[in-house]
Design a protein around this ligand. Sequence first.
Ligand SMILES: [Zn+2]
Length: 319
Amino acid sequence: MTHEIAPADPIQAPGTREEMWRAWPRLTELPRVEPLEAAGPARTGGLVVVAAHPDDEILGAGGLIAAHLDAGHRVRVVLLTDGEKSHPGGPIPPPVLRARRIRETERALAVLGSSARGREAGRVRPSGPEVGRVRPLSPEVGPVRPPEPEYGRLRPTGTQSGPPRSSGTDTGPVPPPGAEIVRLRLPDTEVAEHEASAVAELSALVAGFGACAAPWSGDVHGDHEAAGRAAASACASADVRYVEYPVWMWHWARPDDPRVPWKRAVRVDLTPERRRRKRDAIACFETQVRPHAPGRDDRVILPPEEIEHFLRPYEVVFR
Ligand SMILES: [Zn+2]
């Protein structure tokens, strides 16, 4: 979700509290769509999720990813950048931060896939907490404890893909099918400068898939908007159905905000069990949910009040 500091940046200003969104009836009354058909009736089963930075895909489309993994569909996550500039001047050097963020996405996707198949098909009853009892995520309490990064195991160059390793969480009797991760390694905060090459690469990466989800092109974040434009262009050329997911919008917009295309918004409900998996997946992003040094007054990109927007029992996409 990386963002740069700029004066008068709406992302830097205090955000809209989740209670305000919760109290807005139109949000809960949005048209409901099935997660496997969020982008329209699918011609094939696969889903591509484009992320500007590692974590966008989980925040904005974690429920969609879980639903597709549960259905046995192929899921490909394309990271346009590695998010290495989320903490400029911080104690973690960008190359180390890059490695950690990639590992966080690998683990988060493994968590999302950890109970795929079986439970949602009704063979095993969901074991997660009920919707009303899902506890808020706190930076101190995360069900997933990623070990220290193992930089040597991270392939350092080129487009990278492959299934994530198991996170060590309760995976049940079914091996996690996982999602494929493809990294384009564009420089963080500079996606717009590389938009043409992103379109070219994405056109090949979405081809043959049933649907694609990407950051909303109006998210008021340069990388997110460029990612959205690039994905839209790629999907148009590859004839792939496409939806946009907002991330920072929940921070800077207000209920009934005229800058938001509410008429294109639909709601994708999460089962309680998928919602629990999404919460656990978000907890994997330790570099974003915790300060980088003990006791240090460091900038936390995803404090609990921001995470609350993404722990709802539904996701909202524009189509
Ligand atoms: Zn982002």
